[in-house]
Design a protein around this ligand. Structure first.
Ligand code: TMP
Ligand code: ASP
Length: 239
């Protein structure tokens, strides 16, 4: 493959990324923005340099996962804010894995953040802005036509394998992987891990200080947001 990939028509613009067509119908360019939203876009802001950092962090993590035999949409680095990826038909479900209780789980069940469940928990959310991305059961996902039981089972299994790999990788870098969100899609009939993996989509706490080094700094107005993303990038990618 050459480096003559041309950015074509914009296919999609989300809250944090833009997708562009390329000359090849099977490949798209994923562009990372600095814009950040929270609470179903009720809160909006800009995290200066986030797009560059998330592109770099996601690239490192997709390469790590590919090396561990988990198929992803990642093909290669294109620029500071762009990666070349396989075109996916994304399942309208978010797959969340939780190693510690935090965020919406703590709120929904009235539990304190930081409690350790007996084993990693897997949740599915229905990707639907109008409904506020509700938590759903696997039966609901089938009812909605979002995925088949077999596809849901495969996504769950991949998500737990991703957790094993990432938990160890972050731990070696002094970071506790509290929870994260994945998105999967179909490419030529195969389920691939898509989207991004970065401090927007993971909760990461410093192992020593328990300081939050992720998007919760933006969601909860904790300050030092840019610094947190830079620190994660430094630990994940090196200098
Ligand atoms: P939650 O505790 O708010 O449900 O979030 C669980 C994980 O999913 C957390 O690591 C942040 C991530 N996440 C996203 O990537 N996108 C979202 O829209 C939401 C709500 C959470
Ligand atoms: N990105 C999501 C939104 O704006 C929420 C979040 O990450 O907290 O709706």
């Amino acid at each position: 493959m050459t480096d003559t990939i041309q950015r074509g028509r914009q296919i999609y613009e989300g809250k944090a990324k833009i997708l562009y067509e390329t000359d090849d119908p099977d490949l798209v360019i994923q562009y990372f923005k600095d814009e950040a939203t929270a609470f179903n876009a009720l809160k909006r802001g800009v995290i200066e340099g986030k797009g560059v950092l998330n592109n770099r962090i996601s690239e490192r993590l997709f390469l790590l996962l590919e090396g561990e035999g988990i198929p992803t949409h990642f093909i290669r680095h294109l620029s500071d804010r762009e990666m070349l990826v396989k075109r996916l038909k994304i399942f309208p479900v978010e797959v969340i894995v939780r190693n510690l209780v935090a965020g919406s789980l703590a709120k929904r069940l009235g539990l304190e953040e930081g409690r350790t469940p007996p084993y990693p928990l897997v949740e599915f959310n229905y990707k639907n802005d109008a409904l506020g991305d509700p938590l759903i059961t696997e039966d609901h996902a089938v009812l909605l036509g979002a995925a088949t039981p077999d596809q849901l089972q495969r996504m769950r299994a991949y998500a737990l394998r991703v957790n094993d790999v990432l938990l160890k990788f972050f731990d070696e870098r002094g970071l506790l992987l509290v929870d994260f969100k994945l998105e999967f899609g179909l490419h030529k009939g195969e389920i691939l891990l898509g989207d991004e993996i970065c401090p927007d989509t993971c909760r990461l706490w410093d192992k020593q200080t328990m300081e939050k080094l992720d998007k919760d700094r933006f969601r909860r107005d904790l300050g030092k947001v840019e610094e947190a993303y830079q620190e994660v990038c430094r630990r994940v990618c090196g200098e």
